[in-house]
Ligand binder design. Structure first.
Ligand code: ADP
Ligand code: MG
Length: 323
């Protein structure tokens, strides 16, 4: 099999689907020099890229289907955080060798989630080298309505969707060879909060997805908005599975600093709280208030304990180039 047969066999799967559910904005998909898309009228293009490197983001012996699905989902999470909707994605795949068993499983997982999230594969690049997966996702959002990190005001409430820390606990299970179904699922198959992002348009003042740990990511909102954030540790939403699997301190540390949650964190004027909870409630998505935005202080984020005293945290979020 050569490169072109490989692409045809494993990455042309959107062709059949395009006719049905995934027609959307794609005029021309895999197979030509470029893909062609038509942006819906009045919409802005939203673009995001994420790379997953073997040995950094997953182990080489990891399940190829889960690796593929996770790669697509972490990108979809970025679109969700902007309130955007998927149009299609490009896949840049670097493979050490031509392993058809691996490729078949990878391609099947990718096709499954492409269908589930109505997001066709429209092109990419295939090269030989150390295993790495880069996905570039294209989405659209009504002009001027994207949720950025910059719009928070003093007094805005800070919310997060779902529960925090599960994925970090799942990764610890994975590394310890333990099989906790729920926590591992949270690590491998994060739920991109696309519907939540959509219904936060016009309500949230700032938003992002939590990929590198809550504290580190909230600091981005604080800096971009020229403010500080105050978090109350006892308001962090923790799943039952997390609380049962770890001590209170460990659960809290994972919720604050563990990576890969892919929940949305957003700010909101207090007067919009009920409307937001009603909209998310209709989608079956929980949102918890974890703090508020305050005037810029010495630190971008303070986390307070039950007595209102700042908690000193040993560990920051994930940083690829941390010394
Ligand atoms: P070129 O040499 O013109 O860049 P390629 O041979 O790299 O073209 O790719 C041929 C076609 O296959 C293009 O449409 C490209 O988008 C698509 N393609 C290449 N690799 C992948 C991949 N891993 N997944 C999906 N489409 C791919
Ligand atoms: Mg090429």
């Amino acid at each position: 099999m050569n490169e072109f047969e490989l692409i045809r066999r494993y990455f042309h799967f959107s062709a059949g689907q395009a006719a049905e559910t995934m027609a959307g904005a794609v005029d021309l998909g895999v197979g030509d020099d470029c893909a062609l898309l038509s942006l819906p009228p009045g919409e802005q293009l939203a673009v995001t890229t994420d790379t997953l490197v073997s040995g950094v983001h997953f182990t080489a012996d990891g399940n190829p289907s889960l690796i593929a699905r996770r790669a697509l989902r972490v990108n979809l999470s970025d679109l969700a955080a902007m309130g955007a909707e998927p149009l299609g994605f490009q896949l840049a795949l670097t493979l050490p060798n031509l392993d058809t068993v691996w490729l078949a499983a990878f391609s099947a997982g990718l096709a499954e989630d492409a269908r589930q999230f109505n997001c066709p594969l429209i092109g990419g690049d295939t090269t030989k080298g150390p295993l790495a997966i880069t996905i570039t996702l294209l989405g659209s959002v009504p002009k001027g309505q994207a949720l950025t990190r910059a719009g928070a005001s003093v007094g805005d409430l800070l919310f997060v969707t779902g529960t925090l820390g599960d994925s970090a606990a799942g990764l610890a299970c994975l590394q310890a060879g333990k099989d906790d179904g729920f926590l591992l699922q949270r690590y491998w198959l994060p739920e991109p909060r696309l519907t939540a992002g959509h219904c936060l348009r016009g309500l949230a003042t700032a938003a992002l997805d939590i990929s590198d740990g809550l504290l580190q990511d909230i600091a981005h909102i604080a800096r971009a908005s020229g403010l500080s954030a105050r978090i109350h540790a006892n308001q962090l939403p923790l799943s039952t599975a997390l609380r049962q699997s770890a001590s209170r301190e460990q659960s809290q540390a994972w919720a604050l600093c563990g990576g890969d949650d892919y929940e949305l964190c957003f700010t909101l004027a207090p007067k919009n709280r009920a409307e937001m909870l009603a909209r998310l409630g209709r989608l079956g998505i929980a949102a918890s208030c974890i703090g508020e935005m305050v005037p810029a202080g010495l630190t971008p984020v303070d986390c307070l304990d039950d007595d209102g005293k700042p908690i000193a945290l040993a560990q920051g979020g994930y940083d690829h180039f941390a010394p």
